[in-house]
Design a protein around this ligand. Structure first.
Ligand code: NAG
Length: 136
């Protein structure tokens, strides 16, 4: 009985956490991007949060991949998000953010990290999502 309710709690905690996720909706995954240019990155909720969310910030990171053949790119663990291109407020449900793409040619990870507090009791919340871009 107790085990069952714990399992139910774990499931609801996952559903709960997913509701506040954001992702990069522009540029598209695997896009070509001009190095040294300012581009617009659109960050958006993946769905409407079912609980109150107090936004803190989003951070856009840029980390060049190690190689192209086969493609191997740095994961957040253990490599971090790399260079920070934007660190500032997020206005849901979506926001266009201008960032300067470094002149480091080749594939790179463009990531968004979302910091917030969720629920009426304000639980700390951190979430990270990425796309791959090709800097030319
Ligand atoms: C990017 O996100 C995908 C999907 O969540 C994940 O599988 C992949 O490991 C991430 N890549 C990096 C380099 O962090």
């Amino acid at each position: 009985m107790k085990l069952l309710s714990l399992a139910a709690l774990a499931v609801s905690a996952v559903t709960y956490a997913l509701a506040q996720e954001v992702k990069i909706t522009q540029p598209a995954d695997n896009s070509l991007v001009a190095g040294g240019k300012v581009i617009t990155v659109e960050v958006a909720y993946t769905s409407t949060p079912s609980t109150p969310v107090t936004e803190v910030a989003v951070v856009i990171g840029f980390n060049p991949c190690f190689s192209d053949h086969p493609l191997s790119c740095p994961a957040v663990e253990p490599y971090g998000i790399g260079k920070i291109l934007y660190n500032g407020p997020f206005h849901p449900p979506l926001q266009d953010i201008s960032v300067a793409i470094p002149e480091e040619l080749g594939p790179a990870v463009l990531s968004v990290t979302h910091f917030a507090f969720t629920g009426t009791a304000n639980f700390p919340y951190v979430q990270n999502k990425n796309i791959t871009i090709y800097v030319e």
